[in-house]
Design a protein around this ligand. Structure first.
Ligand code: ADP
Ligand code: MG
Length: 256
């Protein structure tokens, strides 16, 4: 069974249709990349999968069940943003612990999600601390736990954002151009790190990029998007060797 089933998703903003009946089955544990030129609808599709935006038509199913009624946090998916979205006044450890602290507090006090955020993150229990340390060690930032985001490089901030997603042990990671704010050298380095993380965790990754090279090197499968449609869904080798049409060939850079 597909981990996440995207069935006939459409999305319009006003009169502009930006997703045109998108079908996509995402398999359990795979690294799937949505790749295509800027403006083709990648971020919109990812946000709909995450539950951050509603579709105009069609259905998303997770593990076989329709999730249209589920809010973002109940879908058990972790979104990693290109802007990192870290809290500048919290340490690295506290930033990574945010989802764990909130879960504990919500369960204990039935408080709304954002209310207890700041006091809650200050109270890191031994169990949470162990989880944060193990996650940070896996990402190579174990020595940075007491720093604040302003004292970190771009690559280190990206790792903290990944760590915060990882501590929840989500069903899938959703990443929207996570490396676009890094310099070229760090980007190549983080590509390899993310691919390694995927192999180690075995969790489903849905990755968005406009960078063909990034898509070709990291993915189990590519969904090549253009103008709101998926033109081809296949392994990088198959897309390169046998592009579905001339637009895919030109975008991927296949020999003609
Ligand atoms: P990509 O991530 O592939 O660059 P997006 O999903 O961000 O593309 O955008 C797809 C199209 O939808 C673009 O033409 C964009 O201008 C439009 N769009 C995205 N979000 C909105 C919005 N909130 N309101 C109106 N148009 C939007
Ligand atoms: Mg985008």
């Amino acid at each position: 069974m597909a981990a996440i089933d995207i069935c006939g998703i459409t999305k319009s903003f006003g009169r502009t249709e930006v997703l045109k009946r998108v079908d996509l089955d995402i398999r359990d544990g795979e690294f799937l990349t949505l790749v295509g030129p800027s403006g083709c609808g990648k971020s919109t599709l990812l946000r709909i999968i995450a539950g951050l935006e509603s579709q105009t038509g069609g259905e998303i199913r997770i593990a076989g069940a329709a999730v249209d009624h589920l809010r973002a946090r109940d879908r058990d998916l972790a979104m990693v943003f290109q802007s990192y979205a870290l809290y500048p006044h919290l340490t690295v450890a506290e930033n990574i612990a945010v989802p764990l602290s909130m879960r504990r507090l919500n369960a204990a006090r039935r408080l709304p999600l954002l209310g207890p955020l700041l006091p809650g993150t200050r109270r890191i229990t031994a169990g949470i601390r162990a989880e944060v340390m193990a996650t940070a060690a896996m990402l190579g930032i174990g020595h940075l736990l007491a720093r604040r985001p302003g004292q970190l490089s771009g690559g280190q901030r990206q790792r903290v954002a990944l760590g915060r997603a990882m501590v929840r042990h989500p069903r899938a990671f959703l990443m929207d151009e996570p490396l676009s704010n890094l310099d070229a050298k760090m980007r190549v380095h983080m590509r390899a790190e993310i691919a390694r993380l995927h192999r180690r965790l075995g969790t489903t990754f849905i990755y968005v990029t406009h960078d063909q090279a990034e898509a070709m090197t990291m993915s189990d499968r590519l969904a090549v998007m253009m103008e709101g449609r998926i033109l081809q869904l296949d392994t990088p080798d198959a897309v390169y060797d046998d592009p579905a049409d001339i637009r895919v060939a030109e975008f991927i850079g296949s020999p003609r």
